[in-house]
Ligand binder design. Structure first.
Ligand SMILES: N[C@@H](CCC(=O)N[C@@H](CS)C(=O)NCC(=O)O)C(=O)O
Length: 257
């Protein structure tokens, strides 16, 4: 059984898979891709992942793409320790949470991430022609990058909307942990939704937005402390996986957490 992961140190979708691999205690071969060098858009990589994004898991030579699909696949082929409930109703709740996580907080987190770090890092010094040529090569997200723009970044309205979506996510985590009694989102079992929400909350903390949950949602604060005390957290967030650490030039002193 050979597992290879094509990933990026600071990509939240890659971090979701690294946490899952760590929770399962699995060994895997690492292939780190660098977006600024276009590693994710080479013909060889596009054969593995036609979407031109990370992560991609290769299991015994077979590629599996999409971070949520990858963590579910890992949970099926390595069922112990299990990261999904057995009860059908709880399984339905897990799937609903996974859809919500993909539809709401995952795209929301990209907006402040690109405004603060990735747009200035990757595109500020490119010529407009180079920016356009790089976007044209992307199988997905052409519209996302054009909406961002090379110079202006996402609008204030998009930023406000993204922050409201993260706030709603925290409200729902708070409600779930509070009502069901925790300690995890679905109750007593730590599951794939705790795994996949972790890098999103961590990125927001890293960008300096932890006040969103610290001001109103003490249950989220306590849930995230429990998350961070699991050994899988430090394994997935090794050195330089937080953007404030890797790209300190975009942060004021004490801004990130
Ligand atoms: N739905 C995909 C999204 C993957 C994705 O967006 N990955 C980002 C990093 S988190 C990426 O590769 N971005 C490349 C780029 O922006 O050019 C998944 O969950 O695997």
């Amino acid at each position: 059984m050979k597992l290879e992961l094509y990933h990026s140190d600071h990509s939240t979708c890659s971090q979701k898979v690294r946490i899952c691999l760590a929770e399962k205690g699995l060994d895997w071969d690492s292939h780190v891709l660098h977006f600024s060098s276009g590693d994710h858009l080479t013909p060889e990589y596009l054969k593995l992942n036609p979407n031109g994004v990370v992560p991609t898991l290769v299991h015994n030579g077979e590629p599996v793409i999409e971070s949520s699909v990858i963590v579910e696949y890992l949970d099926e082929i390595y069922p112990e320790p299990s990261l999904s409930p057995t009860d059908p109703l709880l399984r339905a709740r897990l799937r609903s949470w996974m859809r919500y996580m993909e539809e709401v907080p995952t795209p929301a987190v990209r907006v402040p991430s690109f405004n603060k770090v990735f747009r200035p890092l990757r595109y500020e010094n490119a010529t407009p022609e180079d920016f356009e040529a790089r976007i044209e090569k992307m199988p997905l997200r052409k519209a996302f990058y054009r909406r961002m723009g090379q110079v202006d970044g996402f609008s204030e309205e998009e930023m406000d909307n993204a922050i409201a979506q993260i706030r709603q996510t925290c409200e729902r985590i708070d409600l779930a942990v509070h009502e069901i009694g925790g300690p995890w989102v679905l109750g007593s079992q730590y599951t794939l939704i705790d795994v996949t929400l972790t890098p999103l909350i961590q990125r927001m903390a890293d960008l300096g937005y932890s006040h969103i949950w610290k001001s109103d949602f003490p249950t989220v604060v306590a849930w995230f402390e429990r998350i961070k005390s699991r050994p899988s957290f430090d394994k997935a967030f090794y050195a330089n996986t937080n953007v404030s650490e890797k790209y300190p030039q975009f942060f004021a002193a004490g801004e990130a957490e």
